[in-house]
Design a protein around this ligand. Structure first.
Ligand SMILES: Nc1nc2c(c(=O)[nH]1)N[C@H]1C(S)=C(S)[C@@H](COP(=O)(O)O)O[C@H]1N2
Ligand SMILES: [Mo]
Length: 175
């Protein structure tokens, strides 16, 4: 199933079962919440086809992702008006920073399925982000928390010189 779909991470692939999975949403919001797997049913699932652009040069076209739209979450969480970015953290300790506009883009997903199969552990299951308008390092695997922030901060790769935005069409690879 993962043929021609490279696996890239820090070297640990946390095993998180759907029943253990938790997503903590907080930061600059009046309404911090924790979301569990069964809560995802409250939101409509959508299918989106998108391409993967990795900063190291590979591209993988026509991935069919299934998940829920980040902007639907926001209706529950109500981030403050001055929120500029979301800091996403994974169960492996990895983090990445995403401009709020890219996070709420219609192409973005909190994904549970890839090509009609539940997301496997290697590719970030049970739940990962898919932010197709940005380079793939922003598509965080093993999603564990989302923190709304009002000023840019580095995530893991951004602290090592990757670009704060990471727009493939502008070739924003490194600063
Ligand atoms: N939690 C977590 N998410 C992550 C990473 C990571 O190390 N940990 N690596 C990023 C990088 S650099 C890339 S290129 C993609 C790779 O996703 P894939 O393994 O599904 O191809 O995941 C991104 N999301
Ligand atoms: Mo990457």
């Amino acid at each position: 199933m993962t043929r021609d779909f490279p696996v890239l991470d820090l070297g640990t692939q946390p095993a998180v079962s759907p029943s253990d999975w938790e997503l903590r949403i907080g930061g600059a919001t009046g309404q911090p919440i924790t979301i569990k797997w069964s809560d995802l049913d409250r939101f409509p699932a959508v299918y989106l086809k998108s391409d993967i652009h990795c900063v190291t040069g590979w591209t993988k076209y026509n991935n069919l992702w299934r998940g829920i739209r980040p902007k639907w979450f926001l209706q529950e969480v109500q981030p403050n008006a001055d929120v500029s970015h979301v800091m996403a953290r994974g169960y492996d300790g990895y983090s990445t920073v995403i401009p709020i506009r890219a996070f709420t883009d219609d192409q973005s997903l909190i994904a549970t399925h890839w090509n009609d199969e539940p997301l496997n552990r290697e590719h970030g299951g049970p739940v990962r982000l898919v932010i197709p308008r940005l380079y793939f390092w922003k598509s965080l695997k093993w999603l564990h928390s989302l923190t709304f922030i009002t000023r840019y901060q580095h995530g893991y790769w951004e602290a090592q010189g990757y670009h704060p935005e990471g727009d493939p069409w502008k070739e924003q690879r490194y600063e």
